[in-house]
Design a protein around this ligand. Structure first.
Ligand code: ADP
Length: 311
């Protein structure tokens, strides 16, 4: 592949379950990049991976400040390589977990704003991210937060899994996917965004189930039991289990969110609540989140240069 010749690979930056990431640079411009070598499962190197490659080609056309840029794709020694924008600022998970990092409502508003704009742009272009979590929100040298690690990268390693409800790390997974919905929409990303918002406020994952069933139980405890009254049609989903009438937990209202997330303020709590709506059809959409009052009321979002950094 001649595209491979355009890049020089440098030191290894890290390794995930399905990829090894290297620093690198373009030979002609010396631009620093990240080169992600996907561990392609031998079984579907040929046929099925073509779909994923087509999807990657589409992603290459998308350009937005809050979406990681995909500069190139090439194969070398039978391995698929993604040439990505170099983002050396770590990720939001590192900042949430590091007790030496202090941040407040204005910082959360800045980070959530960048996340919301990235998600809006993807959805406008018919792309679902499908795996939004703090660890996939990478930070540029200038503090800008970017959506990274699109689920499709994983589809190279495991295209079958990607087609089912087994997308999205459990704690950020919306109830419709836990119930086995096969058709889903941008609402899956909005739920995950809500879970990131809650985690930024609490500094611990908000609903951390230790199995899929436990995840549904914890979602029910927090937000109310999904049932045909608050979510018409839920009873038809493949993995839905009806809860005994006497055990139904009522749907959480404003007061719950205010009490649980005091730092969000009443308007922030209202936005979070609308992202945590059980019925995906009633959940707020990306474009609606951007029109919410929370962005414009005080405190104003922190400027990128003043945002807390990785140490
Ligand atoms: P994980 O899901 O464990 O983060 P990844 O394969 O996505 O695994 O990435 C492995 C590591 O490589 C990350 O922890 C990060 O340190 C680094 N990395 C990934 N993408 C980039 C990038 N675009 N720029 C700089 N470093 C990156």
């Amino acid at each position: 592949d001649s595209v491979a010749q355009n890049y020089e690979r440098g030191k290894k930056l890290g390794e995930g379950t399905y990829a090894v990431v290297y620093q690198g640079h373009r030979r002609d411009t010396a631009t620093t990049v990240a080169i992600k070598k996907i561990k392609v499962n031998a079984d579907y190197k040929d046929g099925l991976a073509m779909d994923a490659i087509r999807e990657v080609k589409y992603l290459q056309e998308l350009s937005h400040p809050n979406v990681i840029a995909l500069h190139d794709v090439f194969s070398k020694n039978e391995n698929l390589h993604l040439v990505l924008e170099f983002l050396p600022g770590g990720d939001l998970e590192m900042l949430i977990r590091d007790q030496n990092v202090q941040y407040g409502a204005a910082d959360i508003k800045a980070w959530m704003g960048m996340l919301a704009r990235g998600v809006w742009f993807c959805h406008e272009n018919f792309v679902l991210h499908r795996d939004i979590k703090p660890n996939n929100l990478l930070i540029a040298a200038d503090g800008e937060v970017k959506l990274a690690d699109f689920g499709l990268a994983r589809s190279f390693a495991d295209p079958y899994l990607n087609m089912t409800h087994q997308v999205i790390t459990r704690w950020y997974r919306p109830p419709e996917l836990l119930y086995g919905a096969r058709q889903y929409s941008g609402a899956v990303d909005i739920w995950s965004m809500g879970m990131v918002f809650a985690e930024l406020l609490l500094r611990v994952p908000f609903v951390a189930g230790n199995s899929d069933l436990d995840q549904i139980a914890k979602i029910s405890e927090a937000f109310g039991t999904p049932n045909k009254d608050n979510w018409p049609g839920v009873e038809a989903l493949p993995l839905y289990i009806e809860t005994d009438k006497n055990s139904i937990i009522p749907t959480s209202g404003r007061d719950f969110f205010l009490r649980q997330f005091p730092t969000a303020g009443p308007v922030g709590a209202d936005l979070l609540m609308s992202m945590c709506t059980l019925d995906p059809r009633k959940r707020i959409t990306a474009v609606q989140t951007l029109r919410h009052d929370w962005w414009t009321i005080d405190p104003q979002p922190t400027k990128n240069a003043d945002l807390p950094r990785k140490r």
